[in-house]
Design a protein around this ligand. Structure first.
Ligand SMILES: [Fe+2]
Length: 354
């Protein structure tokens, strides 16, 4: 989508910026900074429910193109393993990159594929996060892509895993998560399911559940799984779970304290989406920006946390062994607009003499 691109080598020497930019922190009009503000747009939903749909964040024609790009990525994966978009019988692991039962495709440098970066650089997507944080100096996650096909008999069931992606010990608004939906996503097409309004009860909940004996194991502190008792508590408080529907090009955003998980499609159509999460560059430490820089140059993925809390993620296994196709490399080297390069965080690292 970008007309003007900069190659990474033009703006960096040995990975270090020649000049660094001083980022502006989140401004006074950031969401949750003041009580009782109304906006007249999706931000009101976000404040009320902890989740919102930003309609048409990407124009429909470009959203359709990104979905096409993902189909092409799958059909041509490692020279073409046999998947054909019009033939459901070809939807099986032998013919595809490894995609888990939750639809997550995480290896293969997919986080740095052109379609992923083009979506992250879409003005309507960045603009939504600028509104929330009231700053243009943002960094973006190198997160995975969701590719969920219906009726995959070769995968385990996608059991509900209600969770929040934020450390219960660190309350308050810290991160807005997002995903860009790329195919028509109705009631039978799987997708994001959220517990509306529950984020407002987050501190009360975690105070009550801080010593729960049946805590669900978490691989990172920035994750909390809701047990059946926790789910009952939310229900008793009147919180309702709702699956969100969306059109191609819609951006779904949710507060990291919002309980959520995803559903697999049960109809005929697949679900494609790209996770896009931004935070102010000032919220990342120098060390985190350095780690993010390495992840970028190595085309590794991160979780949704844009400050690169975790890089690389879980091993990608095929038939019990490391997937031989996983080289962590996108098909083409990354090319970014100047704005896109800022989103890597690299220009915000303090300059060093070349
Ligand atoms: Fe999550």
């Amino acid at each position: 989508m970008s007309t003007q691109t900069v190659s990474v080598s033009q703006v960096a020497t040995n990975g270090h910026p020649k000049e660094s930019i001083t980022p502006k922190p989140a401004g006074e009009n950031r969401l949750f900074a003041k009580e009782g503000v109304t906006y007249g747009d999706w931000r009101d939903d976000l404040v009320r429910d902890g989740v919102a749909v930003v309609k048409g964040a990407i124009p429909r024609d470009r959203a359709d193109k990104y979905a096409e790009d993902i189909f092409t990525f799958l059909e041509t994966f490692k020279g073409g393993l046999g998947f054909k978009r019009d033939d459901p019988s070809t939807i099986k692991e032998d013919n595809l990159p490894i995609i888990n039962e939750k639809g997550m495709c995480l290896g293969y440098g997919v986080a740095h594929e052109t379609f992923a970066w083009d979506v992250r650089q879409e003005p309507g997507v960045i603009g939504a996060f600028e509104k929330v944080y009231d700053t243009e100096d943002l960094i973006v996650s190198f997160d995975g892509v969701n590719i969920s096909f219906p009726n995959r008999a070769d995968l385990p069931d996608n059991k509900p895993w209600p969770h929040q992606d934020q450390d219960p010990q660190r309350p308050g608004f810290r991160c807005l998560q997002g995903l860009v939906n790329l195919l028509p996503n109705g009631p039978n097409d799987g997708g994001l399911i959220v517990c509306k309004g529950a984020y407002r009860l987050s501190e009360e909940f975690h105070e009550e559940f801080k010593d729960e004996p049946d805590k669900i194991w978490a691989w990172t502190k920035e994750w909390y799984g809701f047990t059946e008792r926790g789910m009952k508590w939310l229900e008793n408080k009147g919180c309702k779970w709702e699956k969100l529907n969306a059109e191609p090009g819609d951006l779904l955003v949710w507060d990291s304290r919002c309980p959520h998980y995803n559903l697999s499609p049960t109809g005929d159509a697949p679900r494609f989406c790209i996770y896009t999460c931004y935070m102010p560059a000032t919220d990342a430490s120098e060390e985190e920006l350095e780690r993010k820089k390495s992840a970028f140059y190595e085309t590794k993925s991160t979780t949704h946390w844009p400050n690169a809390l975790n890089v690389g993620g879980v091993p990608i296994k095929r038939g019990g062994k490391n997937c031989p196709y996983n080289d962590w490399k996108p098909r083409k080297p990354v090319e970014l607009s100047e704005r896109g390069f800022k989103l890597t965080g690299i220009p915000y690292i303090k300059a060093v003499s070349a």
